[in-house]
Design a protein around this ligand. Sequence first.
Ligand code: FPP
Length: 269
Amino acid sequence: MIATPIPTHIAIIMDGNGRWAKARGLPRYAGHHAGAEAVSRTVEACCELGVRVLTLYAFSWENWNRSPEEVGDLMGLLDVFLRRELPKLRRHQVRLQAIGRLKELPAAQRATLQEIIAQTASFDRMTLILAISYGGRQEIIDAVRRLAQRVQAGSLQPQEIDEERFSQQLDTAPWPDPDLLIRTSGEQRLSNFLLWQSSYTELYVTATLWPDFSKQDLVAAITDYARRERRFGRTQGGFCEVPSAHTPVLPSSDEAEADSSQDGVGTIR
Ligand code: FPP
C-alpha cells in the first residue's frame, strides 16, 4: 500500500536521456525515445495512484540551443508520442494541456498539440501538462508584460498587483502549485522550471536516469513526500494542502510600501 497523502500535483524534470543512451553506446535520440516510453508509463502510474495534475518538463526554452538535429528529433518525437498516446489518454480519461511559448513550435507540432488538447478537453480524471518551449523566467517576463500593459492602459493600479493577480497571468493559472517536484539523474537544480510556482514545493531528487524511471521510483518519491511536514514558512503545524491556509497576515499595501521605503525589510519568508 502506498503512503498518503498523495500529492495533488506532481511536476517532473525528466533528465538523463543522453547519459542513458551514452551508457549503451547509442545515439542521443535513442535516449529520448526510451524517455518517451517512461513518460507513457508515468502518466499511467500517476493515474492509478490518484494524482490529479502531472506537469512534465518536455522541452525547455534553453533546449532550443541544442543542435538542429536533436531539436528536430525531439519535435518529431513529440508529434509521434502525442498521436500514439491519444488512445491511452482516452482510456484513462486524461486531459492534455501545454504551457510554454508554444508560438515558437513548428506549425505541425503546434497543430498536433492543439488537436490532442481539443480531443481530450472533456476528461477530468487527471490533467497532463506538457511544458514545451517553457522557461520559468520567460513565463514571468510574459506575465509582467501583460500586467504592465494593463497598467499602461489604466485598467490596473500598480498597488493592485499582488501574488494572486500575478499568478493569474502565468501559464499555470488554472492549476494549484506543485506539491512535489521530482528530478531524475541526480542533478540538484531547478533549471528554469516552474520558478514562481515551486516556492513551497517539496523537492525529490533520484539518481535514476529518466528512461529507467518506473512506478516503483514514483512510489518511492511519493512515500518520501508523505513523511515530510510542510510548514510553508511557519514554525509549527501539520500537513497543509490548501495554499490559502498558510497565507500570512501581511500589512496592507500602504503599510508595506511605507515599510519598504524605510528599510527594505519586513517580508515574511
Ligand atoms: C533531458 O535529457 C531531457 C530532455 C531534453 C527533454 C525530455 C524529453 C523526453 C523525456 C522525451 C520525449 C518527451 C515527450 C513528452 C514526447 P538530456 O538529453 O538532457 O540528458 P543528459 O543530461 O543525460 O544529456
